[in-house]
Design a protein around this ligand. Structure first.
Ligand SMILES: O=C(O)[C@H](O)COP(=O)(O)O
Length: 215
C-alpha cells in the first residue's frame, strides 16, 4: 500500500507577522528552521524515498532540510504551491476591509468560482493538488514519497479526500511543519482509493506552532 506523507513548511517571517503569503514568499524564521529539522528527524525514520516540494522558497527551504536527513533528492512540482491569493497577497490579515474579507469568503462559501480578484478558486487549487498527488501513483513500487506544501493547499487536499467540497470552510488545522499521512488502498471492504491515516500531527515539535491564522 502506497503511503504518502504531507508536510507543511516551517514558520516564515510573514506567518509570524500575520501577513498573507499565497504565492508570494518570505523566508523561514529561526523557529521555522528548527521546526524543519525536527520534522526531518521524524521523516528520517519513515523510509522516505522521494521528496516532492512546491517550488516556492519557503517549501524548498524546508524540503532541503528534510531531504538532507532522508538522503533524497528534491523534485519540484508547482502544482503543490499555495492558493494564489491575488490582490490580497502580502496584506496583513487584520487589515482587510469588509469587501476584501468578502472576497476571501467567496473561496469557502460555495460561491460558484469564488476567488479573490487576480487569485485562484478553491476548485482550481483542488484540481492541481490532486493531480500532484495522483503523480505519486506512477512512482516505482515500494516508493514512499513525502510532499512539502502549504496550509490551504494541503487542507484542501485532505478535505476533498474526506469527501468535502473544495470550497468547504476548512475544519482541519495544519500547523507549520505538521505531518500528515494518506494511504492509497484497494480493498473490497474499505473505501478504495486515498484514505487519511493521520492529519496535522505536531508531536515531533518541541514548541507550539502557529496555525494558518498565525495564532
Ligand atoms: O498565508 C497564506 O497564504 C496561508 O494562510 C498559509 O500559507 P502557507 O501555508 O504557505 O504559510
Amino acid at each position: 500500500m502506497l503511503q504518502v506523507y504531507l508536510v507543511r513548511h516551517g514558520e516564515t517571517q510573514w506567518n509570524a507577522e500575520r501577513r498573507i503569503q499565497g504565492q508570494s514568499d518570505s523566508p523561514l524564521t529561526a523557529k521555522g528552521e528548527q521546526q524543519a529539522w525536527q520534522v526531518a528527524e521524524r521523516a528520517r525514520t519513515l523510509g522516505i524515498t522521494h521528496i516532492i516540494s512546491s517550488d516556492l522558497g519557503r517549501t524548498q527551504q524546508t524540503a532541503r532540510i528534510i531531504a538532507e536527513a532522508c538522503g533524497c533528492d528534491i523534485i519540484l512540482d508547482p502544482r503543490l504551491r499555495e492558493l494564489d491569493m491575488g490582490v490580497l497577497e502580502k496584506r496583513h490579515v487584520d487589515t482587510l476591509t469588509e469587501q476584501e474579507e468578502g472576497w476571501r469568503r467567496t473561496l469557502v462559501n460555495g460561491t460558484e468560482d469564488g476567488r479573490i480578484p487576480e487569485g485562484e478558486s478553491m476548485q482550481e487549487l483542488s484540481v492541481r493538488v490532486q493531480a500532484a498527488l495522483a503523480n505519486c501513483l506512477k512512482l516505482p513500487a515500494g516508493s514512499r514519497p513525502l510532499l512539502v506544501s502549504h496550509g490551504i493547499a494541503l487542507g484542501c487536499l485532505v478535505s476533498t479526500i474526506l469527501g468535502l467540497p473544495a470550497y468547504a470552510e476548512r475544519r482541519l488545522r495544519l500547523r507549520n511543519c505538521s505531518i500528515s499521512r494518506i494511504d492509497y488502498q484497494e480493498s473490497p471492504w474499505l473505501a478504495s482509493g486515498w484514505v487519511v491515516e493521520m492529519a496535522g500531527d505536531i508531536s515531533h515539535l518541541d514548541a507550539p506552532a502557529l496555525d494558518e491564522l498565525q495564532r
